[in-house]
Design a protein around this ligand. Sequence first.
Ligand SMILES: *Cc1c(COP(=O)(O)O)cnc(C)c1O
Length: 451
Amino acid sequence: MADKDKKIILREGEIPKRWYNIAPDLPKPPAPPLHPGTKKPIGPADLAPLFPMALIKQEVSMEPWIEIPDELIEIYKLWRPSPLVRASNLEKAIGTKARIYFKNESVSPSGSHKPNTAVAQAYYNKQEGVKRISTETGAGQWGSALSFACNIFGLKCHVYMVKVSYEQKPYRRILMQTYGAEVDASPTMKTDAGRKINQELPGCLGSLGIAISEAVEEAAKNEDTKYSLGSVLNHVLLHQTIVGLETKEQLKLAGEKTPDIMIGCVGGGSNFAGFVFPFVKEKLSGKHDIRFIATEPMACPTLTKGPYVYDFGDTAGMTPLVLMHTLGHNFVPPGIHAGGLRYHGDAPLLSLLVNEKVVEPRALHQTACFEAGVLFAKTEGILPAPESNHAIRAAIDEAKMAREGTVIVFNLSGHGHFDLAAYDAFLSGEIKDYEYPEADIKKALESIPKV
Ligand SMILES: *Cc1c(COP(=O)(O)O)cnc(C)c1O
């Protein structure tokens, strides 16, 4: 052990040159998205007002590998390759004989995996002459990643930030503005969707669903503006596979033949998918028997309790219908502290693998997750994002039960430096466990459209 490296570092020249597209390797072909009105499969032309053609092509591509442009690799060098770290101090603290590693995506400029896709999306928009990108953000993780990316490519960025976060969580707003973005508290008076809500519900504090409607409307109405999403879509998961591809090389360098267990947290599914997809092929082909554990909060148990059906991506029912695990587009998750894990649905590609039992979903209580996060901070020094705490909790639980020599690898999706209020609440005993009541889940499921 003494001569083993703590951090496994790749050189910049070893940044992957291609993203891995899992679509052709899936046990079943992915189901097509359906038009929200006609319920017929949509084509590339339906998406053209919102996304640049290069991203639409990636969205439906059946090519297993997609080249990463050189210009983008140069930008990735700002934080990539990210380290793979042996969590040796954590291993000692819990007394496990398993070997635990974590991929550290908290080293990016905005502190999470999200810039991996934000810079790629900004790049393709720039290539196609787009001048401005609109998007929504809850607590601001996605908004700050996209603001950073747009600034690099000289694009304007307009972020609709849910009003309650805008007022209560100013620090990520300030980060977005520092990167040069225009940030508005949603609902605004700048769009039809925003004006309508403000008129009907004066003083409304907003929701992600409303913010999406505003950002989509802006892109649909302006020739020079496109819309951008930070998770769920196939092309977003594709861009994140750079995480898993690096991890694969790093495990080899560490002398590990294969991981036994890989763990991540799931909001829309992008960091988990990007981390495990390059390994899923080995499991499907029978080469290695790897367990993939997707963690989520008990308060928003999409993969563990939501059926696998067609549903809308947004609350208003404006987006295409996609086949996924969902709690119903009317599901309103409680205000738990892992803001990035509060989405009613999940990425279709990940949902398919859960439904095929290739990926194991697991719901966790938030106090147990914060306990794991605090132990991780005390042993490995990094204060994790509350979302990432779910992965750490599962890694610790698996390590405690594991046989000697088991290799457990988890994705540290981000740091928690902007989430100190949540840690404050935890340390002062104010964070309570909350399991979403079955009756309320049943009610939200009633909103799922019949297809
Ligand atoms: C946004 C976010 C998540 C959840 O999003 P996914 O698309 O599921 O990855 C998880 N962790 C952090 C730190 C995030 O910012």
